[in-house]
Design a protein around this ligand. Structure first.
Ligand code: UD1
Ligand code: UDP
Length: 355
């Protein structure tokens, strides 16, 4: 089968790391990078350290308003689909790169496959929620990470060609863990080997684009007696500066540039608590059995909360303090996100469809 895969943002590189590797054992893949993320530490580092195949095309779209970014991606992707006539366009997750690929493929003579289908936060103010609902509804093949995701699709009338393969990020973590142990020197570099520390990330517009929320989050982290390591997304750095919070963040926290995946999973595995508003990181904390404090009011990964290891605190100072004092503990050995063979299963399903 000829597969045209579309990636563009950090978490999609992590997903493509395991899926592309497996796909290429049985299919021909053309990998397209939209250029949504372009900084070395948000893009190149993942390709280099994880051995992801060089993208066949980088559309170089860059940062823009939602409409401009999505529209420009669509124009270029339409030309590529026209030229290469793939059997399947494969997209991941819920970013603008996902939506652009979905809208293009759904109106052309190719099938659309969505990896990470069926997730819902039930908060339509998140651009990601809009992206994932629209993508699911125009997909021909839907790869879900969990039973609950299958249920969401069912309740929206999507029941055909739904394959519950598990979560590709679980595959990625299992695959990179050993390499990270051998290669990452981040704990030594930050002198964290003998120290209890918290690892934090913040990048959701709801938190970064609201001064009060961002200030509360930074102040709550700063109030914890332990060291707090915060690899800052460029959006976050920009808002810290704009809201005059950068100095406090630099003084009170260990504010660093985003790090590569091998360093980041090393930091996660060794942290006392992970504090985040990221989707992927909530799951990685769960897989690594590290308590997770989620700076959101809802999550598309509720299984992690049900298991006890994740707590939703929003940007509420009291709730954050309580969670940092009494971190959530997972009390379940449930494995709601499959067995780490999602990429293999995706490859197999596509193979069956081609025969
Ligand atoms: C995007 C996704 C989000 C995902 C996140 C992963 C959408 C709508 N959002 O959010 O779902 O969780 O990626 O990290 O698709 N910037 C840089 N360098 C870069 C990329 C971005 O400086 O390489 C800055 C730009 O100022 C840009 C801002 O970050 O305006 C936001 O980037 P954008 O890709 O629009 O959204 P993210 O917040 O990264
Ligand atoms: N990540 C990373 N370096 C960092 C922060 C995150 O490698 O400095 C990885 C993390 O391990 C996870 C993915 O990036 O695999 C999550 O991406 P992000 O939080 O940007 O996006 P989301 O999952 O919220 O869409």
């Amino acid at each position: 089968m000829n597969v045209l895969s579309v990636v563009g943002a950090r978490p999609q590189f992590v997903k493509a790391f395991v899926v592309s590797r497996e796909l290429r054992t049985q299919h021909d893949e053309l990998l397209v990078h939209t250029g949504q993320h372009y900084d070395e530490e948000l893009s190149d580092v993942f390709f280099e350290e994880l051995g992801i195949p060089e993208p066949d095309f980088n559309l170089g779209i860059g940062s823009k308003s939602h409409a401009k970014q999505t529209a420009q991606m669509m124009t270029d992707l339409e030309d590529l689909v026209d030229d290469y006539d793939p059997d399947v366009v494969l997209c991941y997750g819920d970013t603008n790169s996902t939506l652009a690929a979905a809208l293009v493929a759904s109106k052309m003579d190719t099938q659309l496959a969505h990896v990470e289908a069926g997730l819902r936060s039930f908060n339509r103010e998140m651009p990601e929620e809009v992206n994932r609902i629209l993508t699911d509804h125009v997909s021909d093949i839907l790869f879900t990470p969990s039973e609950r995701a299958v249920g969401h699709l069912e309740s929206e009338g999507i029941t055909e060609n739904v394959h519950n393969v598990g979560d590709v990020m679980y595959d990625a973590l299992l695959s990179a863990r050993e390499k990270a142990t051998g290669q990452s020197t981040i704990l030594e570099d930050l002198a964290l080997e003998d120290e209890e520390y918290l690892l934090a990330t913040v990048h959701r517009p709801r938190n970064t684009d609201n001064r009060e929320r961002l200030e509360t989050i930074i102040a709550s982290l700063a109030a914890d007696p332990r060291r707090v390591v915060l690899p800052a997304h460029p959006r976050t750095l920009d808002r810290l500066e704009r809201y005059d919070l950068l100095e406090t963040a630099e003084d009170e926290l260990t504010l660093i540039d985003p790090v590569g995946y091998l360093d980041f999973i090393t930091l996660q595995a060794d942290a006392e608590i992970i504090v985040t508003d990221s989707g992927g990181i909530q799951k990685e904390a769960f897989f690594l059995d590290v308590p997770c404090v989620t700076l959101r009011e809802e999550t598309e990964w509720p299984e992690t909360v049900d298991a006890g290891g994740n707590v939703l605190v929003g940007a509420n100072a009291d709730a954050i303090e309580r969670a940092l004092t009494n971190p959530p503990q997972s009390s379940s050995d449930a494995r709601p996100y499959g067995d780490g063979t999602a990429a293999k299963q995706i490859t197999r399903v596509l193979r069956k469809l081609s025969t």
